[in-house]
Design a binder for this molecule. Sequence first.
Ligand SMILES: *[C@@H]1O[C@H](CO)[C@@H](O)[C@H](O)[C@H]1NC(C)=O
Ligand SMILES: *[C@@H]1O[C@H](CO)[C@@H](O)[C@H](O)[C@H]1NC(C)=O
Ligand SMILES: *[C@@H]1O[C@H](CO)[C@@H](O)[C@H](O)[C@H]1NC(C)=O
Ligand SMILES: [Fe+2]
Length: 477
Amino acid sequence: MRGLGFAALSLHVLLCLVNGVSSRRTSSYVRSEFPSTDMPLDSEWFATPKGYNAPQQVHITQGDYDGKAVIISWVTPSEPAPSQVFYSKEENRYDQKAEGTMTNYTFYDYKSGYIHHCLVDGLQYNTKYYYKIGTGDSAREFWFQTPPAIDIDASYTFGIIGDLGQTFNSLSTLQHYLKSGGESVLFVGDLSYADRYQHNDGIRWDSWGRFVERSTAYQPWIWNSGNHEIEYRPDLGETSTFKPYLHRYSTPYLASKSSSPMWYAVRRASAHIIVLSSYSPFVKYTPQWMWLKGELKRVDREKTPWLIVLMHAPMYNSNDAHFMEGESMRAAFEKWFVKYKVDLVFAGHVHAYERSYRISNINYNVTSGNRYPVPDKSAPVYITVGDGGNQEGLAWRFSDPQPDYSAFREASYGHSTLQLINRTHAVYQWNRNDDGKHVPTDNVVFHNQYWASNTRRRRLKKKHLRYESLEGLMSML
Ligand SMILES: *[C@@H]1O[C@H](CO)[C@@H](O)[C@H](O)[C@H]1NC(C)=O
Ligand SMILES: *[C@@H]1O[C@H](CO)[C@@H](O)[C@H](O)[C@H]1NC(C)=O
Ligand SMILES: *[C@@H]1O[C@H](CO)[C@@H](O)[C@H](O)[C@H]1NC(C)=O
Ligand SMILES: [Fe+2]
């Protein structure tokens, strides 16, 4: 089934490549549906579960380095409750138990509910687990599937979502994603947009948690923060940064030797995923810089061939919105991305979709004139997926003409999926929210930067060389 689908898609992609050879593309699609307004608090999509103090806003994320653990988080709104998870491989059995911790916080005049985080570890790969939280009439039951073991050819499908918010467009994005076959989400920052409300009203963090629960309770979302998570409000007496985000969303940062939940790495199936914080210090000698230097050395492409980086502010963006905001991180890290042959860099922040060719600008410095990005086979592809659908609306002003480094761009809402087939091939698509229909608007087969290059490339069968030469042609443009 998967093989057949791949063959059909390959043909389609091949045709796209042929068409794509001659031109970069700025889509002319214009979205007219749904205004960018948040769904009302009494919307059915924010409904609270039945029962007194019932667990709500349930979300899970990877709990270790290699995918044999999850962190299960939830909120009990009315009073403290045990942070216990009962779970098992069989439905209705729940004979295993894990203990977590509870926290709460205030933000100006908002008081949070009781936020629980519970690590469930020692799990088996490729296994469905059922879990139960809460007690009596208020108990709730969910399930999740663990990933395959870390393996060079493990296939796995990620969704990529950014800047989601809680509008009717956000709902459309989430509903499309739920039908995509994605097994885990790489989230590129800007979650609830609660900071758009007076006093950063935490009630909108709660409604967002209930809204996304239909996905987050059943599959891990790999979290990253954006500027809307900073919530630095000295005028309200709130002088720490990322306060609600850090209380509500856990990350397994210690497992990757990070000193902060804001930046970390996980390995899942055949992917090594590095999460970077755009709004934490990252210049030379800072903790994030030192950590990334070490983490890139730990990447083992013989075990996890796919090297993926997530950040919020894109390094390459040809939209007027947030133009060059990722430039400082580019100056700090781009050399490493090229040196370590990163496959893909996903970002959000700009409320539109854009994909680059493999380009780099690492020869530029302040005393040399080579300031234009050039085709670079070792460079990642940069993809901006800040088009989740939040209340700020679309970023529709692209720079004109489209720069050479930009392959495809469109100002409308959607999400992406990345299906890792094996060590050499991945099928990537960006899916526009096209009102009930599934429309993969941007399709690319990516060849692994480590396994499909140089000497390894020669070992590939002849039929694959066809794709390679086409891609090579494209990257020359
Ligand atoms: C946390 O909850 C406890 C128990 O209800 C309460 O006494 C305390 O003030 C709360 N702390 C914060 C920071 O809201
Ligand atoms: C600046 O860039 C030029 C051109 O790439 C290079 O020759 C030169 O060595 C660079 N200068 C420094 C100090 O790295
Ligand atoms: C990976 O999958 C592709 C597409 O099915 C196939 O053509 C290729 O031979 C596979 N590569 C390896 C190394 O198995
Ligand atoms: Fe943002």
